[in-house]
Structure formats: structure tokens, C-alpha cells
Design a protein around this ligand. Structure first.
Ligand SMILES: C[S@@+](CC[C@H](N)C(=O)[O-])C[C@H]1O[C@@H](n2cnc3c(N)ncnc32)[C@H](O)[C@@H]1O
Length: 265
């Protein structure tokens, strides 16, 4: 460990995460008092809808893991859909993590998935990125893992260099993000050749067109409802292959991979 300018010891995982930042994103002065790299300062990347503002409230982190997140999962995927434990298993299956790999969790919230990845990635590095201070304050406080670092940043403008991570997860975070398709492009950009992506998000079902359902649901809650092929299409457009979608209720899991780099002839 070494010290930040503010005096709090900076964990080795955070030093490694700093190395992954693109030159234009590196902070001139490292503020580490809160236990994570804060690249947004007074900026706020979460949207203005009250449903999006909730993500920055002090109350939500307190009830998030035990109450809010399981309820959200049920609302999205139905009573017999995957529960929180199933989601963890699915994330690990889709990401196919090996020891030593670098993993990014976009919209990591309290780090409920990032912590699982930190155990699976062995000596690798896991970075959880979120825009909310209140979420990250708690995530950083509760982190025991020495290979897990948190960054406060915007999913639609990821602060990392191209091809930095072998695996990128984005669970339950694309639908509250203001510019989700920009975030998808960014996920593809920071993924290394041969890398894997795992996404959990919303999806439109039934007779009501996505635009109509989205107008209602988004207007009421701030949550976006994606059209059936919107996210799979965006990932394929970005050049990812093996794009697979599994639908449960109004939720979808998507896995995909970036083709491995071609060996020179
Ligand atoms: C419902 S939580 C999901 C947390 C976690 N991934 C999970 O599955 O439980 C959505 C998260 O997305 C974050 N978020 C919203 N807009 C964001 C943005 N533009 N950039 C980064 N994170 C954002 C919120 O702060 C919140 O923590």
C-alpha cells in the first residue's frame, strides 16, 4: 500500500485500476478519502427522473441487497424466474472467469456482483464502476477483497483504455442509465479480444410495442424497456459474436464475446 495525497492508504487494487485509466481520465490529484477513485467530483451522471435519483439516495444502499434488489429481480423476471443466487451463477457462467483475469462491473451498485467476481478471479483484478456516491461509499466500506477496486465514473464514457478487461458485466444497470447504447459501445470498447460480456436488463414482451411500453414505464419509474433485439443488435453491431439471449418475464440475460485477435501471417 502507499498513500494518496489526502493521506488515506491506497490499496494495491486501486493502484492497478489507476493504471487502466485512459490518459485523459487520470485525476491530477488522487482523492481517496472515500475508499474509491472519484472521477466525477461534483458531476452527476445519473439521470434526473426521481426513479434515477433514488440511486443516489442515502436510504437505498441500506435496503438494497436484502430488499430492493431481490424485489426488483422478481418484478423483472417473475415469481418463478431466476433469483439472486441464480443470477450470480448465471453471471459466472456467462463470464467464464479464469484466475488472473481483469473484470469490470459496470453499474456495480454496492458491489454485490463485483465481490463474487473478486473471489472467482483469483489473483486477477476486479473493478466496480458506478456513478452513485452513496452506493460506492457503502461498497468501499464493506470490501474485504484485496483484488477489488471501485471507481466513480459514467458508464456512457468509461474512463478506461481500450481492451482493458477480459470480462465485463453489466447487471440491472443499463435500464436506469441515461444513455444505455453509449454504455454498450463503451463496454465493447474496453473489452479485450477473446473477452466475454454478461448483461442483465429489461425487455419488451407481449402485444404492446416497446416504444409505447417504454413511454409508460419510463415515465413512471425512469426504467427503460428495451425492444426485443435492441441490446443484442447493439452488441453484434459492435463486433461481438456468439451473442445469446435468454428471456425471463420482462428480463433478459445476454452473453457475448469479442473475437480473439488474429495471429499475424
Ligand atoms: C439497480 S442498480 C444495479 C446494481 C448491481 N449491478 C446489481 O445488479 O444489483 C443500478 C446502478 O446503476 C448506477 N448508474 C446509473 N446511471 C449510471 C451511469 N451513468 N454510470 C454508472 N452507473 C450508473 C446506479 O447508481 C446504480 O448503482
Amino acid at each position: 500500500m502507499s498513500s494518496s495525497e489526502a493521506g488515506r492508504p491506497v490499496a494495491d487494487a486501486t493502484r492497478q485500476a489507476l493504471e487502466l485509466l485512459s490518459p485523459g481520465s487520470r485525476p491530477e490529484r488522487l482523492e481517496f478519502d472515500r475508499g474509491y477513485i472519484d472521477l466525477l467530483g461534483d458531476g452527476d451522471a445519473t439521470g434526473r427522473h426521481p426513479g434515477q435519483r433514488l440511486m443516489t439516495s442515502r436510504m437505498l444502499p441500506v435496503v438494497y441487497e436484502r430488499l430492493w434488489r431481490p424485489t426488483l429481480g422478481r418484478l423483472l423476471m417473475g415469481a418463478i424466474g431466476p433469483g439472486t443466487d441464480d443470477e450470480r451463477k448465471l453471471a459466472l457462467e456467462m463470464l467464464e472467469l479464469s484466475a488472473g483475469e481483469r473484470v469490470l462491473d459496470v453499474g456495480c451498485g454496492l458491489g454485490n456482483f463485483a465481490r463474487v467476481f473478486a473471489r472467482a478471479a483469483g489473483g486477477g483484478l476486479v473493478v466496480g464502476l458506478d456513478a452513485s456516491r452513496t452506493m460506492l461509499d457503502r461498497a468501499a466500506r464493506e470490501t474485504q477483497a484485496t483484488n477489488l477496486a471501485y471507481v466513480r465514473g459514467d458508464a456512457a464514457a468509461l474512463p478506461f483504455r481500450d481492451e482493458s478487461f477480459q470480462a465485463v458485466c453489466c447487471f440491472a444497470a443499463l435500464y436506469p442509465i441515461e444513455e444505455p447504447l453509449k454504455a454498450v459501445d463503451e463496454i465493447v470498447r474496453v473489452l479485450a479480444p477473446g473477452g466475454r460480456v454478461a448483461v442483465l436488463s429489461s425487455i419488451n414482451r407481449g402485444l404492446l410495442p416497446a416504444a409505447a411500453r417504454n413511454a409508460i414505464v419510463r415515465g413512471l419509474s425512469g426504467v427503460r424497456i428495451f425492444a426485443r433485439d435492441e441490446l443484442t443488435h447493439a452488441l453484434a453491431q459492435g463486433g461481438l459474436t456468439a451473442v445469446e439471449q435468454r428471456v425471463s418475464g420482462f428480463g433478459q440475460f445476454i452473453s457475448a464475446r469479442k473475437p480473439a485477435a488474429q495471429a499475424p501471417h
